[in-house]
Design a protein around this ligand. Structure first.
Ligand SMILES: NCC(=O)CCC(=O)O
Ligand SMILES: [Mg+2]
Length: 326
């Protein structure tokens, strides 16, 4: 008789036949950086996540590196006074993100640093680009700003620039500018299929852009959750324009997209388990409605779907758990 339960009987055979495995090397840890020194702030909607000033962040990065996590994704919390219509603070070589990159690379040189190329932390209206009088985000003018921002990150020593804005053509423009300025080995991780999602809410609290957005949405540039073929088009363009790695975002509700992208292109494919996914699991765990085991199960789901790596606020937790062999 064919008994599929036979191999499930013992731990040794369950481990032998496991088709997927999560390791620390699959994880990217998103971190939030604050101005000042010795600053540490909790994010109410993301229990367990803290925003840190550069000095504390550098220390945290040493821990992250020691846990075997290959890279951090850096998100600056911009003071309101530094925000403007044209987002000029985004390409300030002395900006928070740029200073944080330099500090991390100085102290933990082998930890990969991924920077967020997008204007939303720097615009007074919270949109990811420069807007016209009607509030519409202008594509090509925004790209000019994103190029300046990406070059500024590269000058600071970023290993990977990650455009998260969803403007058409920005990957090609950034790649061309990086090449022209001698940054041949700066990698691009493209947020290729980024959906206009309600799962980003807690992140906007964390970087302080929720208030600026005033209930507005990003549907004129981020993707419609109804669409799947369109994600394939987006990814194809980003690869053609010079992306080294592509990303699908959010994560868990979009694992079908991760699988399609991996099958279609076989390129390094990442997924972002976003703040809302983190918040809902943490809320249920805090209430005793779910156990912490859902965290590892959710991360394994990304691997099963074909992701090469996962950006997740659970990265440190997961790496610690993997290290302790649980
Ligand atoms: N550009 C980065 C994000 O928008 C992150 C979203 C999230 O974690 O909700
Ligand atoms: Mg695109």
């Amino acid at each position: 008789m064919r008994r599929l339960r036979r191999l499930r009987r013992h731990d040794f055979s369950r481990r032998l036949v496991a088709e997927n495995q999560l390791t620390a090397a699959d994880l990217i840890y998103p971190v939030f950086v604050l101005p000042g020194t010795q600053q540490r702030e909790a994010v109410a909607s993301m229990p367990g996540v803290e925003r840190l000033s550069i000095d504390l962040l550098v220390a945290e990065c040493q821990t992250i590196y020691a846990l075997g996590i290959p890279a951090v994704a850096l998100f600056p919390v911009t003071p309101a006074a530094a925000k403007s219509l044209a987002a000029e603070a985004a390409w300030d070589d002395e900006g928070l993100a740029q200073r944080a990159v330099r500090a991390i690379k100085e102290t933990v040189p082998d930890l990969g640093v991924i920077t967020d190329v997008a204007l939303d932390p720097f615009t007074s209206h919270g949109q990811d680009g420069i807007i016209d009088d009607d509030g519409y985000v202008l594509n090509d003018i925004t790209i000019d700003a994103l190029v300046k921002q990406a070059l500024s990150h590269a000058r600071a020593g970023a290993d990977v620039v990650a455009p998260s804005d969803m403007m058409d053509g920005r990957i090609g423009a950034i790649r061309e500018a990086l090449e022209a300025n001698g940054f041949h080995n700066v990698q691009i991780m493209a947020y290729s299929a980024k959906y206009a999602s309600a799962f980003y809410g807690p992140f906007r609290d964390a970087v302080g852009s929720a208030g600026n957005l005033k209930g507005g949405n990003k549907k004129t540039y981020q993707m419609d959750p109804a669409n799947s073929n369109e994600a394939i088009h987006e990814v194809a363009l980003d690869i053609e324009e010079g992306a080294d790695m592509v990303m699908v975002k959010p994560g868990m509700p979009y694992l079908d997209i991760v699988r399609r992208v991996k099958d279609e292109f076989q390129v390094p494919t990442f997924a972002y388990q976003v703040s809302g996914e983190y918040a809902m699991m943490q809320a249920a765990i805090a209430n005793g409605w779910l156990t912490e085991d859902v965290i590892m199960e959710s991360l394994l789901g990304f691997k099963r779907a074909g992701a090469d790596g996962i950006l997740t606020y659970f990265a440190k937790y997961a790496a610690e758990r993997l290290q302790s062999g649980q």
